[in-house]
Unconditional design. Structure first.
Length: 366
C-alpha cells in the first residue's frame, strides 16, 4: 500500500529525478571553448578589444584604447583636436602627416606596402635596425664599399669600408681617419690607445720602449730603435702645422757627439714608417766639404735618391736650409729630404713619401 502511494505521489508531483548515466569514455567537457588568440597588431597599432587601432589618429581610441573624440574633433598625434594642426592634414576622418603616414603617404589614400615605410612622402623599403635604404636595397653603410658612410660614397679601387670610412686594406678608421693600428703611436693596437712615457712608439700593435738616446738629446720626439745597427738617437722633431717647431739653427745639436763616425737621418709619418739614409761620417761634427758634397750616403732603405748633400749656410747641415739625397725643392714626391726651406713644411719631401700631414725627423749617431 505504501509503495503504491509513493508511486502515485511521484507521478502526480513530477518531481522524481532520473538517476544519472555515466559514460566512462566521455571525459570532462569544458564550460566554454577557449577564445582564439587575438594576435599581434601590425606596426605601431595597438589592440583595442577585438580590433587593432592606430591610437595616434583613431577618433575612437585617441591616445589610448577607449578614448573617443567629440563629434567634429579629429585625433592627431594621440590627442583630440578641433582641427588638424600643421603639418597634419585631414584624410577622411583622420589627421595625418603625409610625410610619414603609412596609409597616406604623399597624398590621402596612398598606402605603403607591409614591408615599406613612408619617408619624405615616399614609400621606401623598411630595413632592419642597423641597415640603411640605398637605391631600394638595405645596406650596412658602416662596411659597404659601394655605400660607405652614406648612400652616395663609393670607395676607390683597392679600398675597403671600415667604420663608415674608405680606407686602404689593412687600415682602420679611428675618429673618422684611416690609420695603421700596427704602427700609429696615437692608436696602437686599438683606436685611442696612445703610446708615451717609456714606451713612446708603436710596433706590431704594441707600445715599445725607447732605444738608446745620447746625453744632450735635442728635440721633442723619440723615434724607432736602431740600436741593432749600432745607432743611438741624438735628435727628433715632430713637424706639424704649427710654425717653427724645427729650429733653423741647432736642430741637431744633440748629434755633436765625439768619436762617432756615422749619422742616420730618418723621416716619416710616424716612428714605424720611416725612410732613412746613412752618411759616412758625422756631418754635425764636421761640415760638408762642398756645395754639394758627393758620395756621402753609404746606405739607405729605399731607392731613387741622388748621392749628394747640400747646406746653404756655411755647408752646415745644422744651420738654415739643407738638402739630403738630392737638391729638389718642396715637392712631396721628390726622393730627397729638405729641411727648413720655404716650403709648407719645415721637414719636406721625406724622401718621396708624399705625406699629407704631420711628419717626424729623426737623427742618430754611431
Amino acid at each position: 500500500m505504501r509503495s503504491l502511494l509513493a508511486f502515485i505521489w511521484c507521478a502526480t508531483a513530477l518531481s522524481c529525478a532520473t538517476a544519472p548515466v555515466f559514460d566512462d569514455d566521455a571525459g570532462t567537457v569544458p564550460d566554454a571553448a577557449p577564445k582564439p588568440d587575438a594576435g599581434a597588431c601590425p606596426g605601431s597599432q595597438m589592440r583595442c578589444g577585438a580590433t587593432c587601432a592606430d591610437t595616434a589618429k583613431d577618433t575612437s581610441n585617441c591616445g589610448q584604447c577607449g578614448v573617443k573624440c567629440k563629434t567634429g574633433e579629429y585625433c592627431a598625434a594621440g590627442k583630440c583636436n578641433a582641427a588638424c594642426n600643421q603639418p597634419m592634414q585631414l584624410c577622411g576622418q583622420f589627421c595625418v602627416d603625409l610625410e610619414t603616414d603609412h596609409d597616406n603617404c604623399g597624398k590621402c589614400g596612398m598606402g605603403c606596402a607591409v614591408n615599406q615605410e613612408c619617408k619624405g612622402k615616399a614609400c621606401i623599403k623598411k630595413c632592419p635596425v642597423g641597415l640603411t635604404v640605398c637605391d631600394m636595397d638595405c645596406v650596412e653603410v658602416v662596411t659597404d664599399p659601394l655605400h660607405c658612410g652614406d648612400c652616395n660614397t663609393q670607395c676607390g679601387m683597392g679600398e675597403i669600408c671600415v667604420g663608415s670610412v674608405c680606407c686602404k686594406a689593412g687600415l682602420t678608421a679611428c675618429n673618422g681617419a684611416c690609420t695603421n693600428l700596427q704602427s700609429d703611436q696615437n692608436n696602437c693596437g686599438a683606436c685611442g690607445l696612445a703610446c708615451g712615457g717609456n714606451t713612446p712608439y708603436c710596433s706590431s700593435g704594441q707600445c715599445k720602449q725607447l732605444g738608446p738616446v745620447v746625453n744632450g738629446f735635442t728635440g721633442n720626439s723619440f723615434g724607432p730603435d736602431f740600436s741593432g745597427a749600432g745607432f743611438a738617437q741624438c735628435a727628433g722633431w715632430k713637424d706639424s702645422t704649427q710654425a717653427n717647431e724645427v729650429p733653423d739653427v741647432g736642430w741637431a745639436d744633440g748629434c755633436k757627439v765625439q768619436n762617432t763616425t756615422q749619422v742616420r737621418i730618418a723621416c716619416g709619418a710616424n716612428a714605424n714608417s720611416v725612410l732613412y739614409v746613412d752618411l759616412g761620417r758625422n756631418v754635425f761634427n764636421q761640415v760638408l766639404t762642398g756645395y754639394p758634397e758627393n758620395n756621402l750616403i753609404v746606405n739607405a732603405n729605399f731607392m731613387g735618391y741622388q748621392n749628394v748633400c747640400y747646406a746653404a749656410t756655411a755647408n752646415d747641415l745644422n744651420k738654415g736650409v739643407s738638402w739630403i739625397g738630392g737638391g729638389q725643392g718642396c715637392g712631396e714626391t721628390n726622393k730627397n729630404l729638405t729641411i727648413n726651406n720655404s716650403c709648407s713644411w719645415e721637414v719636406s719631401n721625406c724622401f718621396g713619401q708624399a705625406l699629407n700631414g704631420d711628419r717626424y725627423l729623426y737623427a742618430y749617431v754611431k
